[in-house]
Ligand binder design. Structure first.
Ligand code: ATP
Length: 503
């Protein structure tokens, strides 16, 4: 599986989806650029989200707030004091780790050990294997499981109490070693704030220190009344926005899974206090459906409820996708209570309450948030779509089985040969269709090679222009996934491809 992941990363580079940032200067860790295919796919993902959230919901409206905000906002939101990762250093390798990640990896290893034990027994006993009984009675399994549960309970408690000493003690008690030096020579655990700081303007008293926003949500909270009044929305209603966010991540690896500059698609849904759980459940299932409709298999998505609730939340779950490196979070759904609006009321001195005309009273709304990472969803889509196939003639092809609506190029128009007016005819077709969807003209190399290139970038349809086209205005259309071909009229292309690729 690690192998597949490496192939996906190099495929993304080779075909212009994702490049490491500043590559000619040897790159900048955890920062990436999107190439010509990548930007199309990314835009389509954002459009799919925007349509589903804003266009299809009468009670959700959009916003585009600035990245820079008044620094007190981050005091009010708790990010200055509580947006921290617990870090620990190994004194021998001088490497820095997230203490929570070290413990989680250790727990995952114990789980793996149990599964190995079960797998071995299943092989040994064959058909007569009673898995449930084995799990309940095998001493080795029971011992590992009880250890796992003990560590897990202690870990959850330490996280919730923010007990840094105990996090360190767990690492020592579990004899967790540094992956680089192999030793257990650990420092204290300390907090590290994830926000990037910079300076704005310059006055005689010095510049103002500001932050690059670590989430888009706060821009929505501070504009809550502006949006509510100008749109005349009534609670319950939501505000959605897409935008860049920045986090100084420590464990920055796994390609675009964990970046220092990334994009979020967030929606804050404002509800009456006491009704938040109903909406939490509703948005959970809506958001899961949104992912599943991409068609990569419902079994590859799961919910993961949080052990540790953030300082603002009374319920939280992640939607996880089965990446080549395991089930990983792509979206968070949080019940944020009235924490943010109340804090902004306190820190700004301005009323953040809403007058509910149906109840005849004012209150601070509760909030359900859906927070999705564009880049992680991009990765989940590439991982789900990446397919290597061996064909009947023994040749192999790499094909990105992207949902047609998300494909960077919807239609490739390929003249069989350049001469005899075929190239001109092909260009004419592109000139006509490019107002409806993205088309690509390609005349370079053999037709087989051109098909492969389109397969590799996920183009769902190719049409070939041949001599017959000049006579009867028909073309051969080839379908990416089945590779089947059929003859259709040029006049039918617009409607047919629009109907297959519309969001
Ligand atoms: P993690 O636990 O993986 O650090 P998180 O729980 O801090 O993520 P949230 O604050 O809930 O993440 O952010 C919502 C979404 O934003 C995540 O589900 C993810 O898709 C995306 N996201 C968060 N951090 C990053 C990152 N460093 N790089 C890319 N996407 C990210």
């Amino acid at each position: 599986q690690e192998d597949v992941f490496k192939k996906i990363v190099s495929h993304c580079k080779e075909y212009g989806f994702v490049f490491p940032s500043s590559e000619i200067y040897d790159g900048l860790a955890a920062v990436y650029d999107y190439g010509s295919m990548g930007v199309e796919l990314k835009n389509n993902i954002k459009q799919y989200w925007w349509n589903a959230m804003v266009r299809l919901h009468d009670n959700v409206v959009g916003l585009d707030s600035a990245i820079f905000m008044h620094p007190t906002i981050w005091k009010a939101s708790g990010h200055v004091d509580a947006f921290n990762d617990p870090l620990i250093d190994n004194k021998d390798s001088k490497k820095r780790y997230r203490a929570d990640v070290l413990i989680e990896e250790y727990l995952a290893k114990l789980d793996e050990k149990i599964e190995k034990e079960v797998g071995k027994a299943a092989k040994r006993f064959g058909d007569s294997f009673d898995e449930k009984k084995f799990r309940e009675t095998n001493p080795r399994v029971l011992e590992t499981l009880s250890k796992r549960n003990d560590v897990h309970t202690r870990y959850a408690k330490a996280l919730n109490a923010n007990d840094l000493n105990d996090l360190r003690q767990i690492i020592i008690d579990c004899e967790i070693v540094c992956p680089i030096s192999g030793t257990r020579n650990w420092t204290e655990v300390r907090q590290f704030n994830l926000m990037f700081k910079t300076e704005m303007g310059s006055t005689s008293d010095g510049a103002m220190q500001v932050y690059l926003r670590p989430e888009t949500a706060q821009g929505i909270f501070v504009n809550f009344l502006n949006v509510q009044k100008t749109t005349r929305m009534k609670v319950p209603f939501g505000i959605a926005q897409i935008g860049k966010t920045f986090r100084n991540e420590i464990v920055a690896r796994q390609f675009i899974f964990r970046m220092r500059e990334f994009e979020q698609m967030e929606m804050q849904f404002f509800v009456r206090p006491g009704e938040e759980m109903k909406w939490f459940e509703q948005w959970k299932s809506f958001r899961l459906r949104w992912h599943q409709l991409l068609g990569f298999g419902n079994e590859n998505y799961q919910f993961h409820d949080h052990d540790k609730l953030a300082h603002y939340a009374n319920a939280a779950t992640d939607i996880e996708f089965l990446m080549p490196f395991g089930f990983k979070e792509v979206e968070g759904i949080h019940s944020r209570t009235d924490f943010d609006l109340s804090q902004h009321e306190k820190f700004s001195g301005k009323k953040m309450q809403y007058f509910d005309p149906d109840l005849g009273k004012s209150y601070t709304p509760y909030v359900i948030e859906t927070s999705a990472g564009v880049d992680r969803i991009f990765l989940s889509i590439i991982a789900g779509a990446y397919t290597e196939e061996t064909l009947e003639d023994g040749e192999t092809r790499v094909v990105l089985k992207l949902p047609a609506m998300l494909a960077p190029i919807k239609l490739a128009v390929l003249p069989l040969v350049k001469k005899d007016g075929l190239a001109e005819k092909a260009r004419e077709i592109v000139a006509d269709l490019k107002f409806s969807f993205s088309c690509q003209y390609d005349e370079k190399d053999s037709i087989g090679k051109r098909y492969r290139r389109q397969d590799a970038i996920g183009t769902p349809f190719c049409v070939t222009i041949d001599h017959q086209t000049l006579q009867d205005n028909t073309v051969t259309i080839r379908y990416r996934d089945t590779m089947e071909q059929e003859r259709v009229t040029v006049d039918s292309l617009n409607d047919f491809i629009s109907s297959k690729t519309d969001m």
